[in-house]
Structures are given as C-alpha cells and as structure tokens.
Ligand binder design. Structure first.
Ligand SMILES: Cc1cc2nc3c(=O)[nH]c(=O)nc-3n(C[C@H](O)[C@H](O)[C@H](O)COP(=O)(O)OP(=O)(O)OC[C@H]3O[C@@H](n4cnc5c(N)ncnc54)[C@H](O)[C@@H]3O)c2cc1C
Length: 551
C-alpha cells in the first residue's frame, strides 16, 4: 500500500474509550492495510477500573486488573509516552521524550480524544500535598502500601497514644461509586489484618467516609443507597453526610466548619476535573467536557472525535451520557464505525445505548445493583457484580486468574505484604564516558545537569561545522536554557573525560525555580551572561564564541 495514501488514525488514551475504539477498528480492517492505527497512552496496559478497589484489599492480585495493550491490539502501533501537546491546526500530537530527549511528533488524519478525566486537587488547601487520589493502578498500590505502613507504625508506637490513633484512622472523601467501593474494601482489609497485630486494639480503628450530600451513592435509587449506608455503618464505617472536605495537612483532614479529623491517611475521589490536555484545546466544551454530535465528532470539526469521560455525548432522549465504562465501551464501537465511514465514504451512525444497570460493591460479599430497572442488594447483587465484571474482563487468561484469586480469598487471610517501591528519577546521579553526547542540539529540554566530576564541551553546530563554545567543569551546570525558555537545546554537550553529574528533571527543577526566586534569578543571570558571551565563570577556558543564546 502506498504510504502516502494510507490514512492514520491517532487515538489518545488507552482506557475503555480508546482501547475499544481501536479494537473495533482492528476488527473492521481485518487484513486490509489502508489504515494505520496509532494509540498513545502513558502506560503499556489497560486498567479495568471497576475492580481497582479490590487491589487495595488484596482480594485480587496487583496485575489482575490490568491487561497489556499490545496483546489486546496486535495491529495497533502503541506509543507508551505521555502526551505533551495537541495541535489541531497542524494535525499533530507531540509526546514527551523517552530515553533520547528528542521530540516525537505524530501526524494524524483522524484524531480520537479519549483521555478520560483526572482527580484535581488544585485550589484545595493541602490536598495536592496530602490527599491520595484513587483513579489508577499506581494509586491503588500506593494506598495499599500506605495503609500497611500506617499499621506497622502504629504497632510500634507505644509512647504516643494520640499518634497511634491518628495512624489507625483512615479517611475517604467522596461517597460516589469509587469512594464507597474503596472505603468498603479498606474497612474490610484493616479489620481483618489487625488480628496480625497483637499490639493493636481493633477498637482504635476508625474508617471514615465524608460525603457532601445527604446520602451516599447519589447515582442509585434512595432505597439502595440507604441499604449501602446501613451495611457500611454496621461494619464500622463512620459516614459523615453533608460534610465537605475543605483542607488537609499531613496530620488531619479539615472539614468545612472547622472540624478536624486526625489521620495520616486521606484518600479523595473528588473533585473530578477535565484532563489538562483537553482543557487547553480550543474546541467547544461544556463543564470541561468536549461537545460532540451524536456521531461523536467534536462540534465544528470533520476529523476530531471524542468519547468516554472527556466527552459530553448526547443521548437519544435529549440528555448526556454519564462518565462510565459501560458507555465508553459502546462509544468506542460507534467511533470506529464513523471514522471508517468518513474515510471510505458511508453513513455515520448515531450513538444509541440505553444503560443496562448500575452496580456497586460493598465488600464482604455484599453489593447493590439496579439492573434492567430492578433493585437488588446483598449477596445476590454481589454475585451479580462479580459474574458481570468477571465476564467483562478482557481475555480468558485474566478471567481465570481473577476467578482463582476470588476463590482463594474465600478461605485464606488477606495478603499483608507491603511493597516498598521507590519513585521517579527526579534527581539522579549519572555517569558519562568520553565522546558521549549528554544531549544534542535540537533535543527537547528535559533535565538540567550539574557537574560533580570531569569536564564537558559545549558545541554549536552551524552550517555543517562545529563551534566550540565552552568547556565546563565541576560545580558548573548546563541545560537550564531550554528548561527556562521552554525551547529545544541550542547546543550539544559532549563529554571530554569521565563525567559524573547530578541531573534534575524539569518537573522538579520547575518546582524549585517557582518556589526559590533567588535560585531562578541566579539561573536567569547566568543565562543572560551566556547569551551576551560575557564573563561567566568557567574554569579551563571559555570559548570567546559563547553567544547567541547557546547553552
Ligand atoms: C475506581 C473506579 C471505579 C469505577 N467503577 C466503574 C464501574 O463499576 N462501572 C462503570 O461503568 N464505570 C466505572 N468507573 C468509571 C470508568 O472507569 C470510566 O468511566 C472509564 O474508565 C472512562 O474511560 P475513558 O477511556 O474515557 O477514560 P480512562 O479509562 O480514564 O482512560 C484515559 C486514558 O488516557 C491516558 N492518559 C491521560 N492523559 C494522558 C497523557 N497526557 N498522556 C498519555 N496518556 C494519557 C490515561 O493513562 C488512561 O489510560 C470507575 C472509575 C474508577 C476510577
């Protein structure tokens, strides 16, 4: 097939909406190769979010809720990268650099926006620093490890009774489905495993659910919501209704009105906000969600599609679809059909789907369900919940693993292993050998480097020749210009002798620069001097040519 004529569909997001769009595109294409499908997602796996709460309690294994996207989509070109920007005008998407800091630009003929939403704590005092979101696998894993850590600390805290109580208090904010499911699993977990801590008194455990409205699970009929409230209360969850979380510190959750709950664990499933990438697009939106027509085409465009939690999709009865997996999966099928119809010529289909029901797990073999208009609760609802979601999991292998985990869970005590995972390479020691290039002119600026030992050359390539701009040694730094100016690298840094550096990722560097004005000023002064080619203190001789805003 002529590469020029091959159309490229780029799907952003590998959640329910994005993955199911690609699944249906692959199905429709079969052996044809006149369409290229590219999917960009932060992770190389798809998360089955409805079962995430069970990872917290260990009812299922850590990897049981996720499936590798490559296996689900063998014909799709998967880019495991963070999306940095989307340019509708030039029909391009830019992703963050990988091992080599070069920009990755993806051109599209059709764009599918399936980026979901985010839990956004901005503007809420102390929440960005101290509240834990509950949205993806890493959150579930973090919560689980944090809760076990709090129990371990409480077990050896003999002197400070208040601290021990604080460690044994777990607060969840948000009484929607995800908040209720996580509080139920967390409550079951801590009340079961406390038996393994003879130093701790189960009566000191406190699990609190905060909800702003007058009943939890507002998505369900009142009768079912009250049933859920009753069950949770009987099992020891304190439910505080009409209570809004206002702020947080590392020691307490602060409720509007001034009440403070001492706790070292605060999980918040609210507020839900649009993905910042969607927020930044100049496309029609309502409450942060992209406005699409019934074919899922973003209003006013001919090749940009949006679905799932980031889109406001009209329903046949004049309403809009709720942000649930049930809808995202079906929207994927409609989007795939309509994209192909746009490319090959054909009728667009309108998205039509009537919700089948709603299910919420309450832990410990009980749940609430509204299926085909019938309300069910207790064990039958729980059985229904497990059967339906088991069948919805992608792949028989995964289904069998989860079924086995659930079976063992009936007889065995919950897993109590705390996995200590170290995070991010925000600040790292790096080593380079002579001749190696640390970064190259034209690369994206992703880190700043401080030389600990050794020397490096700053070289500018111009019209096929290399101009040596400077020689840098211990205590000096390079790479700040591209970060501060948000541009690409203006020069290449080449290692002359074995070089040890401390490198700081732009994320951490931006935080430092924003909060330490003196540091930012000092960087800006050096930058200015470097631009002017004047006396920057560089030992071992600086080239006179250190001009033109080169690094
Ligand atoms: C804990 C929990 C329980 C739930 N339970 C249910 C349930 O029982 N039933 C139900 O129907 N719904 C449930 N939902 C809601 C359901 O999961 C969502 O409606 C569904 O996931 C929406 O799919 P989506 O594809 O639009 O977004 P998502 O599934 O959120 O997918 C978005 C994808 O985009 C990726 N992404 C975002 N930004 C970037 C970026 N900058 N670069 C690269 N990739 C990016 C993300 O990594 C993610 O993979 C639950 C949600 C949660 C959080």
């Amino acid at each position: 097939m002529d590469e020029q004529k091959r159309k490229r569909v780029v799907i952003l997001g590998g959640g329910f909406a994005g993955v199911y769009t690609a699944i249906h595109l692959e199905k429709a294409l079969r052996r044809r190769d006149d369409l290229e499908i590219v999917l960009v997602n932060k992770e190389n796996y798809f998360v089955f979010q409805p079962m995430l709460a069970e990872v917290v309690s260990g009812s299922i294994g850590i990897l049981d809720t996720v499936s590798p996207i490559r296996r689900m989509l063998p014909r799709t070109d998967l880019h495991v990268r963070e999306i940095e920007s989307i340019d509708i005008g030039t029909q391009t998407v830019i992703t963050t650099p990988g091992f080599i800091p070069q920009p990755n630009v993806i051109h599209y003929d059709h764009l599918v926006l399936a980026l979901g939403n985010v839990t956004d704590f901005r503007g809420l005092r102390g929440l960005p620093e101290h509240a834990i979101p509950f949205k993806n696998l890493s959150d579930a894993l973090y919560i689980r490890n944090h809760v076990i850590h709090a129990l371990e600390e409480a077990a050896i805290e003999h002197m400070n009774v208040e601290l021990r109580k604080q460690l044994l208090t777990f607060v969840v904010a948000g009484g929607g489905f995800s908040g209720v499911e996580v509080v139920a699993e967390l409550n079951d977990f801590v009340r079961q495993v406390i038996r393994n801590y003879p130093q701790l008194n189960p009566n000191d455990l406190r699990v609190v659910l905060l909800h702003a409205q007058d009943r939890i699970l507002p998505e369900l009929d009142k009768e079912l919501a009250l049933y859920a409230q009753n069950i949770l209360t009987r099992r020891g969850v304190e439910i505080l209704l009409k209570t809004r979380l206002e702020a947080a510190t590392g020691d307490e959750a602060v409720i509007a009105g001034g009440i403070r709950i001492p706790s070292k664990t605060l999980i918040s499933t609210v507020p839900s906000s649009p993905n910042p990438l969607i927020d930044g697009l100049d496309l029609p939106k309502e409450k942060g969600r992209l406005k699409v027509d019934s074919s899922l085409l973003v209003q006013g465009t001919t090749n940009v599609w949006a679905l799932g939690d980031c889109a406001l999709v009209p329903t046949v009865d004049g309403g809009t679809c709720p942000p649930t997996a049930q809808f995202a999966i079906r929207q994927g099928k409609t989007a795939a059909h309509n994209i192909l119809a746009s490319i090959q010529g054909g009728e667009h289909k309108a998205f039509q789907f009537k919700e089948l029901g709603k299910l919420g797990a309450l832990g410990h073999r009980s749940a609430v369900a509204q299926v085909f208009g019938v309300n069910v609760s207790g064990f039958i609802a729980w059985f229904l919940w497990r059967s339906i979601y088991l069948m919805k999991l992608p792949g028989w292998g995964r289904r069998m693993k989860v079924a086995a985990s659930w079976t063992f869970d009936l007889f065995l005590p919950p897993e109590l292993v705390q996995l200590k995972l170290t995070n991010s390479m925000g600040v790292a020691h790096e080593h380079f050998e002579p001749g190696q290039e640390i970064f190259h002119q034209g690369d994206l600026g992703d880190r700043i480097y401080i030389i600990a030992k050794g020397h490096a050359e700053v070289v500018h390539h111009d019209n096929g020749s290399d101009i040596l701009l400077a020689r840098l040694g211990p205590g000096e730094y390079f790479g700040e210009m591209a970060l501060l100016n948000q541009t690409t690298r203006n020069a290449t840094i080449r290692c002359q002798e074995p070089l040890d550096v401390l490198s700081i990722h732009k994320r951490e560097f931006s935080v430092l620069a924003a909060n330490l004005p003196a540091m930012r000023e000092s960087f800006e002064q050096v930058m200015k001097k470097r631009r002017q080619g004047t006396a920057v203190q560089v030992p071992h001789g600086l080239s006179t040519d250190y001009t033109d805003g080169k690094e």
